[in-house]
Design a protein. Structure first.
Lengths: 135, 477
């Protein structure tokens, strides 16, 4: 797991680093789920999603917004995302389990994924980003 | 960034044009000297960013609870010309019509002091926290009613009394709501959450009126010393969040289409009169209406609980007022002596219409609109009244709350939820929350002192103090 919550007064700011773009997306999804539901998350069911966008930051926005939507309407909590990115198309296989009030009520609701300051950067060590979740 | 800021009077500061490239008007904000010490450069930058948006009128403004958000700063107010100006979800936020309402009761402090069972009953009756689902089953037809008619839908369905509507901003519903601009996904999220509180800084509190500053205004608002009131703070839930997400995407494309250059993608916007701008406005108004209906449903639950436990009459629990602090609205304001119709964005700011303005209840015409400023958990909340000064200087706006000073990461490291609950209990405040983490996250010390923020708007005259309410029982998501 290579993400950390960095200081932000009003919202949750996550800094993630990964050797690959796919890993970066997967870690950011993990961060989102941890903020909302805590660390006790298991995979008992599998889901697949596909999203596309006009640029790479929008692809991440679309992916995480989709995760938020499915989690809320289906009442499930994701534990792992295996992501494939082909250009500006994303396909993810997700492990999840039904929301369990006893284990998953320690977090806080994320209202939305912000574009504010969102930029995916790339250097010799891999990919990194800062992203803000509105809570 | 902060070094560019100039103090122009005791409580007023200016961010000059040029602080950020492309600023069309200067930024202005209101702050006391002690609050200035905790001013974040990020918030000033965001205030300056807003000043670059097309059609902005007079100033990009921020209230004394200014802090670093996304898009607009929290505490931000900006008005846009209807012909040349834009509308932006970044000036409203994900939680469309997050707002506060205050309900009076005929109860006194002695009736509820130490009644943990009462707080427990309210906690079970109002679905709260992450993953909470509605107790009232909302049908697709009911959802449409919530979005179209707002609080009026709830009152017509038996969840309130007609007078409640008079005591809501916009009478609890914006006429401009357009449910066609609300996606199926947003509706899907809205159905199971009608009547739920949510999490984060949302709360339901039983409070006591501890101090009256303005006796005639307090009397007109229905407030008396030692009276128990209930404050409800929540918004449009997943429906509003999804509307913001959906339209952010549409407006991102529109920003390019209309060749608008912006320093922050979260400020994505479109001309108010464009199809994209109109669609966002219609969907935002529908979400705002859902939020008013939602607060009305929660009010009904609270009235039922108190009616049953204390054998008091449902009708003896009157609404003081309901204010929205995340919204964009079409309003008329005077600029340099000329009346102009404009689109006012308030993001973490409260409408503060003064005496004799339209859109406030007729019986309060001499007093001004009730302004409700929630404190953070365990700290006082305030009722103020709207003023002519706000109409002149801030498009009829004032602050919305305390504003955070400590990040969530710091709060988690430094504060234990259990200790906070224990120390509040010692002070006579009972807290029920869905988790200890939720308590730590919202502990009193992570916020600016609400009293100081309110003092600034009172001194400047953006709204005037009427009453202080202290919490006795808190329910947190």
């Amino acid at each position: 797991m290579s993400f950390e919550e960095v200081s932000h007064t009003a919202d949750v700011k996550i800094r993630a680093r990964a050797p690959t773009l796919e890993g970066l997306f997967s870690d950011t999804c993990d961060a989102l789920m941890q903020v909302m539901y805590g660390t006790s998350r298991k995979g008992t069911i599998t889901k697949e999603i596909t999203v596309k966008a006009a640029d790479i930051e929008s692809l991440l926005f679309e992916f995480l917004s989709e995760i938020l939507f499915i989690s809320e309407v289906e009442g499930i909590v994701f534990s792992k995302a295996t992501v494939q990115i082909d250009g500006l198309h994303l396909h993810a296989v997700l492990e999840a389990e039904p929301f369990d009030r006893l284990r998953h009520a320690q977090g806080t609701e994320v209202k939305g994924i912000s574009y504010s300051g969102l930029a995916i950067r790339h250097d010799a060590n891999g990919y990194m980003l800062d992203i803000l979740f509105d809570v | 960034m902060v070094q560019d800021v100039k103090r122009i009077s005791t409580y007023e500061w200016e961010v000059p044009i040029g602080t950020v490239a492309g600023m069309r008007v200067p930024g202005r904000f209101f702050l006391s000297e002690s609050l200035e010490k905790i001013l974040e450069p990020g918030a000033v930058q965001q205030l300056a960013n807003v000043a670059t948006m097309p059609g902005i009128i007079k100033n990009s403004l921020a209230m004394p609870d200014i802090h670093w958000g996304y898009g607009f700063p929290i505490g931000g107010v900006a008005a846009f010309d209807l012909t040349e100006g834009v509308i932006s979800p970044g000036g409203v936020g994900f939680d469309i019509n997050c707002g506060v309402r205050l309900l009076t009761t005929p109860l006194a402090e002695k009736d509820i002091a130490g009644r943990r069972d009462l707080i427990d009953t309210l906690f079970s009756a109002v679905p709260t926290g992450v993953g909470a689902k509605s107790a009232q089953k909302v049908s697709a037809q009911a959802l449409d009613g919530m979005m179209t008619k707002g609080a009026r839908w709830a009152v017509d369905a038996g969840f309130g009394i007609p007078r409640d509507l008079v005591r809501c901003e916009e009478n609890g519903g914006m006429r401009e709501a357009d449910t066609r601009a609300v996606s199926e996904r947003a509706k899907q999220r809205g159905v199971p959450q009608g009547g739920t509180l949510g999490s984060g800084n949302h709360f339901l509190e039983l409070q006591v009126v501890r101090e009256i500053f303005d006796i005639p205004a307090a009397r007109a608002f229905g407030l008396a010393k030692d009276q128990i009131c209930c404050m409800i703070h929540c918004g449009s839930r997943g429906l509003g969040h999804q509307v913001c997400t959906d339209h952010l995407k549409i407006l991102e494309a529109a920003t390019k289409k209309y060749q608008i250059s912006l320093p922050d993608r979260q400020l994505a916007c479109a001309p108010i009169s464009s199809p994209e701008g109109r669609a966002y406005f219609g969907a935002m108004a529908a979400s705002a209406n859902y939020a008013w209906a939602n607060r009305q449903l929660i009010t009904h639950t609270v009235r039922q609980v108190l009616e049953k436990i204390f054998s008091i009459d449902y009708h003896d629990m009157q609404l003081v007022y309901d204010v929205s602090h995340n919204v964009a609205k079409i309003e008329d304001h005077s600029v340099d002596g000329k009346k102009i119709r404009m689109c006012v964005h308030r993001k973490g700011a409260t409408r503060s219409f003064g005496p004799h303005t339209p859109d406030i209840p007729a019986e309060l015409s001499e007093i001004g609109q009730p302004v409700i400023i929630p404190g953070s958990m365990g700290t006082p909340s305030f009722v103020l009244r709207g003023t002519a000064t706000a109409m002149e200087r801030t498009f009829g706006s004032t602050c919305h709350g305390a504003g955070r000073v400590m990040s969530r990461t710091q709060a988690k490291k430094k504060i234990s939820g259990r200790e906070v609950a224990a120390s509040l209990a010692k002070a006579g405040i009972i807290v029920r929350a869905s988790s200890d983490a939720a308590i730590a996250d919202e502990a009193p010390e992570v916020y600016k002192p609400s009293r100081e923020v309110v003092q600034v708007v009172h001194e400047v005259g953006l709204s005037l103090l009427v009453a202080r309410l202290d919490p006795l029982g808190v329910i947190k998501g």
